[in-house]
Design a protein around this ligand. Structure first.
Ligand code: NAD
Ligand code: ZN
Length: 367
């Protein structure tokens, strides 16, 4: 047997800028064209963004190659949509000298990013996120992908964007339920990383709900700083990045058990309360902290507990299927205080006994 070693130079460190403002959408097309040297540009967006006027807002009167995902939302987050996007780019004679712009929520961003990651072995992508979820979470971090018929994000790649432009003004047209549910990810960021941020949300909740641009710009900046710092430390989710999953272990199970009738943020809100109850059970928290968290989630108007329809054994089964589970049981990200994740022996996720989780699920049904 012969062997030959091929030395591949280490991946070049990447960095990208996140620009935040209010009402900046009309200036972005010019900025993007000036900042990106590629000759081809291709916009991916969806039908709701078009009817809300945001594609027109971006382009002004200019024409650009684009793909409009129809129908909007998770049903179109499939490999079929990616194939259609790539073939549309080929039909337009685009080559490797192209960049993709994703204009929309997390669905559009995940699809556009994934299409960019595989088109001609990868072209650059720029995100213009337009939902509370996408501006706080999905546009930053480089996770892209689409669903299979069996599970979410079954196809996917880490494909970090080359720039992110956040116009908080685009949130003005977002549906109220989507808007509120997406803010749960901001509460999560505050809980895992910054107690002052949590205080800021508490103090400004009415202005946030009224979608006042000054406070939305502030929280967009804090979200980007927190998520950016975690992703910088652990870009490919080896360990520390797991803290972003706070509330998600129970949350994902609840989301799935609801048949996706609950929005992701709503399910994560329940998961955050579940994690808080685990912390109380394990002596990591007194009830006072949990009450503060319940209060803020209550103001967002997201559900604070499980309805009678949820079966504990189904939830436990779903928790066992968590993609980070080892021997059919995942570890849980927990807090030691607001703004601080509980970390022991360098591990950001802790062992929690099955019986504790069972008790917590019962309590969630009673609340
Ligand atoms: N990659 C990541 O790290 C990451 C993180 C979180 C979520 N996600 C993914 O993001 C997706 C959910 O994203 P989402 O919550 O942003 O929902 P979404 O993208 O499906 O948008 C929700 C709805 O609002 C519409 N919409 C979006 N922006 C609008 C605006 N400004 N005005 C009017 N309507 C608008 C959309 O067309 C859609 O109908 C899921 O597929 C999830 O898996 C990915
Ligand atoms: Zn989430």
């Amino acid at each position: 047997m012969k062997s030959h070693k091929v030395k591949i130079p280490a991946r070049k460190a990447g960095k990208y800028e996140i620009t935040i403002g209010s009402g900046i959408l009309p200036s972005l097309w010019g900025t993007i064209q000036a900042d990106f040297r590629e000759s081809g540009k291709f916009i991916v967006t969806d039908a709701n963004l078009v009817s809300a006027g945001h594609l027109e807002g971006l382009l002004g009167g200019e024409k650009a190659l684009s793909y409009i995902i129809k129908p909007a939302g998770e049903v179109s987050k499939t490999i079929g949509t990616v194939v259609s996007i790539i073939e549309a780019m080929e039909k337009a004679y685009l080559g490797r000298d192209t960049f993709v712009v994703g204009l929309g929520g997390g669905t559009v961003g995940d699809i556009a990013g994934f299409a960019a990651s595989v088109f001609k072995r990868g072209v650059r992508v720029v995100h213009i996120p337009t939902t509370t979820v996408a501006q706080a979470d999905s546009a930053i971090g480089g996770k892209t992908g689409v669903d299979s018929s069996l599970s979410k994000n079954a196809f996917g790649a880490f494909w970090h964007p080359s720039a992110v432009y956040i116009d908080v003004g685009t949130l003005g047209t977002l549906d109220e339920r989507q808007y509120r549910a997406g803010l749960v990810e901001s509460v999560k960021h505050a809980l895992i990383a910054d107690s002052e941020y949590f205080g800021l949300i508490e103090a400004n909740i009415d202005a946030i709900l009224a979608r006042e641009s000054a406070i939305l710009e502030k929280i967009a900046e804090l979200n980007c700083r927190i998520k950016g710092r975690v992703v910088e430390t652990d870009p490919y989710e080896q360990n520390m990045r797991r803290i972003l999953n706070y509330g998600h272990t129970i949350g994902h199970a609840v989301e799935s058990a609801s048949g996706y009738k609950l929005l992701h943020g709503e399910a994560v809100g329940i998961g955050i309360i579940g994690a808080g109850l685990i912390e109380v059970e394990m002596g990591l928290s007194d009830g006072g902290r949990l009450e503060k968290i319940r209060k803020i989630l209550g103001k967002l108007g997201v559900p604070l507990g499980l309805g009678e329809d949820f079966a504990e054994n189904e939830l436990i089964d779903l928790i066992r299927r968590d993609k980070k589970a080892v021997n059919k049981w995942p570890k849980f990200v927990l807090l030691s205080e607001i703004g601080q994740v509980y970390c022991r022996d360098g591990q950001w996720a802790a062992d929690v006994e099955l019986s504790v989780v069972e008790r917590v699920l019962q309590k969630l049904k009673q609340s």
